[in-house]
Design a protein around this ligand. Structure first.
Ligand code: RFL
Ligand code: PHB
Length: 392
């Protein structure tokens, strides 16, 4: 088999890249380790920046997100038992975010890919990358006991944090930066109406909590839990009880509980790999970087990476220009490090850190108090939350 761009991974970055390239007439094949249903079963992000919406539009897959997504103009910070609204729309001169689940983005991208008749190989095992530093890049994989090989011009490593693409690069060619936090997020998805119309980010002495949603009838809630907690030690009853304790009295009163559709624990980490290009191999999305989910940046960064990468490939094929390809890594990393900083800062501000004790809690409360009363500080939070510009 031969294609122009071989894309490893059918998560949002791989599928969006595939669709953006297809729209520009560039042939591509997606190779995914899991089944399509497995990919759709992962409950992850929920907040899309305008930049991500614009890229979905460009890819021709934004109709349902526009129709069913919930535009949000603000969110709330809860601390010292009270909620305070951050008016993103006003503070950023008219920007907002869209609440629309990653599962639905993935479903829309998969449907568009199938409708266009593009090749996606699911349940591919032993995926390996060859000669990406030379003239004949190839991707090899096993499917149903048979070995297949795809020859291509470029390989896009969109295979997430645990993927094979980054692992194929010699250790001497890559620099890794990592910070692991001493806690995780216990998440619950439930068919109950959200406690509030906007997201609530809560700093409490018992730990962080987040009230989010997928629709007017489906809620997504998270609790900070110690890193060594296992999901098996939690029940629905324990989850709702602990969430209620971390909310203000009015929200506690309004909280509707119900059986969880999904419950899982995600570890929190900050991670960046530099550079993101190795000859004809390009890393994008979680394959190259991870942010803790507090700022809702992971999926949005994946989208901006593939925005830069698709433009680079389009420039290459249409104009025979190397410029986009040569600048890809630096362009992405400039935006990524700013989102890393924001996600680290917001995580540090909102979570309980065992080692800093009561003093740490007081400092966080003072910073939150400053944040809601200073227009400069609230504006900085709002402009990072809605997403920094891409500057193509
Ligand atoms: P993905 O989604 O991990 O997809 C990678 C795909 O590659 C496949 N794969 C392989 N395929 C072939 N061969 C191999 N050897 C392979 N190894 C792996 C995998 O099976 C998978 O299908 O990475 P991608 O596409 O870069 O997308 C990144 C996003 O999924 C991620 O950044 C976000 O989910 C992060 N995130 C959030 N981001 C936001 O922008 N807003 C949010 O509100 C938000 N909330 C979250 C989040 C992540 C969370 N978790 C669970 C980590 C909330 C949570 C709880
Ligand atoms: C979510 O709805 O899953 C979500 C929302 C906001 C975040 C993280 C996750 O910051």
């Amino acid at each position: 088999m031969r294609t122009q761009v071989a894309i490893i991974g059918a998560g949002p970055s791989g599928l969006l890249l595939g669709q953006l390239l297809h729209k520009a007439g560039i042939d591509n094949i997606v190779i995914e380790r899991q089944s399509g249903d497995y990919v759709l079963g992962r409950i992850r992000a929920g907040v899309l920046e305008q930049i991500t919406m614009d890229l979905l539009e460009q890819a021709g897959v934004a109709q349902r997100a526009h129709a069913e997504g919930l535009p949000h103009d603000g969110f709330e910070l809860l601390f010292k038992g009270e909620r305070h609204r951050i008016d993103m729309h006003k503070l950023t001169g008219g920007k907002r975010v869209m609440v629309y689940g990653q599962t639905e983005v993935t479903r829309d991208l998969m449907a568009a890919r199938a409708a266009a008749g593009l090749t996606t190989v699911y349940e591919a095992s032993d995926v390996s990358l060859h000669d990406f530093d030379g003239g004949q890049p190839r991707v090899r994989y096993q499917k149903d006991g048979v070995t297949h090989e795809i020859a291509c011009d470029f390989i896009a490593g969109c295979d997430g944090f645990h993927g094979v693409a980054r692992a194929s690069v010699p250790a001497s060619a890559i620099e890794l930066y990592e910070k692991v936090y001493p806690f995780g997020w216990l998440g619950v998805l439930a068919d109950v109406p959200p406690v509030s119309e906007e997201l609530i980010y809560a700093n409490t002495p018992r730990g962080f909590a987040l009230c989010s949603m997928r629709s007017h009838t489906r809620s997504r809630y998270y609790l900070q839990v110690p890193s060594d907690h296992k999901v098996e030690q939690w029940t629905d009853a324990l989850f709702w009880e602990e969430l209620a304790r971390r909310l203000d009295p009015e929200a506690r009163e309004r909280l509707v509980t119900g059986p969880s559709l999904e419950m899982s624990i995600a570890p929190l980490r900050s991670f960046v790999a530099e550079p993101m290009r190795f000859g004809k191999l390009f890393l994008a999305g979680d394959a190259a970087h991870i942010v803790p989910p507090t700022g809702a940046k992971g999926l949005n960064l994946a989208a901006s990476d593939v925005g830069y990468l698709s433009s680079a490939f389009i420039e290459h094929y249409r104009e025979r220009s190397q410029a986009g390809i040569d600048h890809y890594s630096a362009r992405c990393l400039s935006r990524i490090w700013k989102a890393e900083r924001f996600s680290w800062w917001f995580t540090s501000l909102m979570h309980r850190f065992p080692e800093t004790g009561e003093f740490g809690q007081k400092i966080q409360e003072a910073e939150l108090d400053y944040l809601i009363h200073s227009e400069a500080a609230s504006t900085s939070l709002a402009e990072n939350y809605v997403g920094l510009p891409m500057k193509l």
